[in-house]
Write a protein that binds this ligand. Structure first.
Ligand SMILES: CC(C)(COP(=O)(O)OP(=O)(O)OC[C@H]1O[C@@H](n2cnc3c(N)ncnc32)[C@H](O)[C@@H]1OP(=O)(O)O)[C@@H](O)C(=O)NCCC(=O)NCCS
Length: 162
């Protein structure tokens, strides 16, 4: 939608105080970062930044608006997208669509990946519709635990064009 207003760069520790505000509640945190504890903290994100590859910040009109990284990257094979979260004020404006496109290109460029994998919990309808909209194909479904609750994690993949 607002492609001319969107840009991106590598995320840095200085961005994290902004990124912690990208999730509004414990449900959204679980969707984007299931191992984290609510409320999301600078420390939890600093750990992610140190451990994961490809942490990227999307900017809408120059303002930090979205975050994502790879929780797995197997060179020559695939990358797996994680921690996708869009600032509440920036939602519904194509930021996730843009950032996933950026992550697809980073996966190809830096990891020679032939596929981008994504996963989404069953009760996250916005996430499920997002991946379907962007051409991701359902590849599997696994059971996960959320506290005492049994939930389904849907696994998607998209071949990356070389
Ligand atoms: C899900 C989320 C990433 C979507 O980000 P966004 O920037 O608002 O999404 P976009 O504007 O790029 O929308 C792209 C597509 O996603 C889907 N979508 C996005 N928000 C939606 C909503 N609230 N309800 C239904 N579908 C939605 C639509 O298919 C949309 O395409 P369309 O605009 O042609 O209808 C965002 O709401 C978010 O950060 N949620 C909390 C964390 C989370 O769930 N992360 C994803 C983990 S899998």
């Amino acid at each position: 939608m607002n492609d001319q207003l969107l840009s991106h760069r590598g995320a840095t520790p200085a961005d994290l105080d902004e990124v912690v505000r990208f999730v509004r509640n414990a449900d959204e945190l679980f969707f984007a970062f299931p191992k984290a504890h609510w409320p999301l903290s600078h420390e939890q994100l600093a750990h992610v930044l140190a451990e994961r590859q490809g942490s990227t910040l999307a900017l809408l009109d120059g303002r930090p608006a979205g975050f994502a990284n790879f929780y797995q990257s197997i060179a020559g094979e695939y990358c797996a997208l994680g921690n996708l979260m869009i600032a509440p004020w920036a939602r519904g404006q194509g930021v996730a669509r843009y950032l996933i496109g950026v992550m697809e290109r980073i996966a190809q460029r830096d990891f020679l990946a032939r596929e981008l994998k994504v996963s989404c919990f069953n009760d996250n309808s916005a996430g499920l519709l997002l991946y379907a909209r962007l051409g991701y194909e359902l590849r599997g479904l696994v059971e996960r635990q959320r506290g005492q609750q049994r939930v389904a994690l849907l696994q998607f993949g998209k071949p990356l064009q070389s």
